[in-house]
Ligand binder design. Sequence first.
Ligand code: ZN
Length: 157
Amino acid sequence: MAKLRILKFGDPTLRKVARPVEEITPRICTLLDDMIETMRAADGCGLAAPQVGVLRRVAVIEVEEGKVFELINPKIIAFSGEQEDAEGCLSNPGKAGVTKRPMHVTVRAMNRKGETYDLTGSELLARAICHECDHLDGKLYTDVQIREITNKEKKKR
Ligand code: ZN
């Protein structure tokens, strides 16, 4: 496994639409392994392939320690409710903003074995699913941010 470099906001790659994975090759599996290592090293709860410069529809999420979800070609198939909370991004270190997201989200994706599965999440997991799927379409949380969270507020939290 290898730690990858995370692109920062302002890098044009983050604004591009990623291509679907047509075949799960050893390269995709290595990418998933490296992304998990990179996400953990950066203490993040999600990472999308465009953030490491790979324009493929691949993302990893780990909201609960040790429970990693690998999402290949993810597609949100259902959502409901609403939540407003703080959101940040490994590509925008040290910053955060308040966003409005659905409270419950169901995403359909493939794992590295090529099996299709549905993942339903609420609260932070729902937020992470939306955030990572957005990355695959070149969208960033700041696009839907209601307001930025100031350093003063962060200290209070
Ligand atoms: Zn992000």
